[in-house]
Design a binder for this molecule. Structure first.
Ligand code: IMP
Ligand code: MG
Length: 179
């Protein structure tokens, strides 16, 4: 068990389990994007650790960029998504947007809106985690590492009010004893 701020979290996925998932995603993407020199766009801050491991397992030519969006406060989405660091020039490029986790999908829908105007050659979405019970958007997430239940998680890039991103494992919010 670990504590971050006022909340307790219990182990959910080991570092080995995460790495297996990441390696398998990298292999799938490498096959799909052979000879295409894609640009991976990491959504900061959450995706930094996933994207780092993903690209260390992606052995073909590729480039990397980042955008920064913000929607979460504490343990729930605010619904409003703000852009804090904008996209680079992406004309005629194969783009793969990389998220740590898709929850409501508000962030991705906002990103998709912005990218539709940028004359890309192709666009795909890749997320390490998806909460299918919450996700209710039409936008297809092309590459999903793992579907997980609707519980708040931290670690491996994911935070609770800033803490927990440096943990190499994933932890799940522990319910209060009388819940
Ligand atoms: P969405 O816009 O609701 O899909 O949420 C997107 C962002 O909220 C993700 O990229 C994460 O940064 C954050 N987020 C969503 N679920 C969790 C969670 O369980 N733990 C930590 N952050 C989360
Ligand atoms: Mg994120």
């Amino acid at each position: 068990m670990i504590q971050l701020h006022d909340l307790h979290f219990q182990p959910y996925l080991t570092s080995e389990e995460i790495q297996e998932t990441v390696q398998s995603l990298a292999a799938t993407l490498e096959m799909k994007y052979q000879g295409k020199n894609p640009i991976f766009i990491g959504v900061l801050n959450g995706a930094f650790m996933f994207l780092s491991d993903l690209l260390q397992n992606y052995t073909a030519d590729c480039e990397v960029e980042f955008v920064k969006m913000k929607s979460y406060q504490g343990t729930s989405s605010t619904g409003e998504v703000k852009i804090e660091l904008d996209f680079p020039d992406l004309i005629d490029r194969h783009v793969i947007v990389v998220e740590d986790i898709v929850d409501t999908g508000n962030t991705l829908v906002k990103i998709d809106e912005l990218l539709q105007t940028k004359s890309l050659k192709s666009l795909a979405y890749c997320s390490l985690f998806l909460k299918p019970e919450v996700y209710n958007k039409d936008l297809e997430i092309d590459y999903v590492g793992m579907a997980i239940p609707n519980k708040f998680i931290v670690g491996y890039g994911l935070d609770y009010n800033g803490l927990g991103r440096n943990l190499p494992e994933i932890y799940q919010l522990k319910k209060a004893q009388n819940d």
